[in-house]
Design a protein around this ligand. Structure first.
Ligand code: THU
Length: 128
């Protein structure tokens, strides 16, 4: 299964009754293992979590720590980029040149790298 197919499949499990906007994400770790996540909304809106955050949590829980590739998919008019918080979360575990493919159910896709998503990222080096 491709990374995008894994993201597409897990998107079906999203809990998005408030936005009605389901998102699926899949991460290939450096080990080769694939981890998936979907958005999980909550009636207390700020408690909802993004698909990317779910995939990262699954990766860390399984013992992998390095992101090699990411795919995100939603049923949107154009490819949906990760939110600001998820960009920072991806940068925690993925190098600047890690590819992030954003896709739509209709078949559009765009691939960028983590550095494109988070230029000037805050990292440990800034703490001296
Ligand atoms: N969402 C994600 O899961 N990932 C993204 O990259 C963009 C937005 C979710 C959060 C919320 O459940 C819904 O999409 C609408 O913002």
């Amino acid at each position: 299964m491709t990374l995008l197919a894994a993201a597409t499949a897990v998107r079906e499990n999203a809990h998005a009754p408030y936005s009605n906007f389901k998102v699926g994400a899949a991460i290939r770790a450096a080990s080769g293992a694939v981890y998936v996540g979907c958005n999980v909304e909550n009636v207390a809106y700020p408690e909802g979590t993004c698909a990317e955050a779910g995939a990262i949590a699954a990766m860390i829980a399984a013992g992998d720590t390095v992101i090699a590739e990411v795919a995100v998919i939603a049923d949107s008019p154009s490819p949906v980029p990760p939110c600001g918080g998820c960009r920072q979360k991806l940068a925690e575990f993925g190098a600047a040149d890690v590819k992030v493919t954003m896709a739509t159910l209709a078949g559009a896709s765009e691939t960028v790298c983590i550095a494109d998503l988070l230029p000037g990222a805050f990292d440990a080096g800034h703490m001296g």
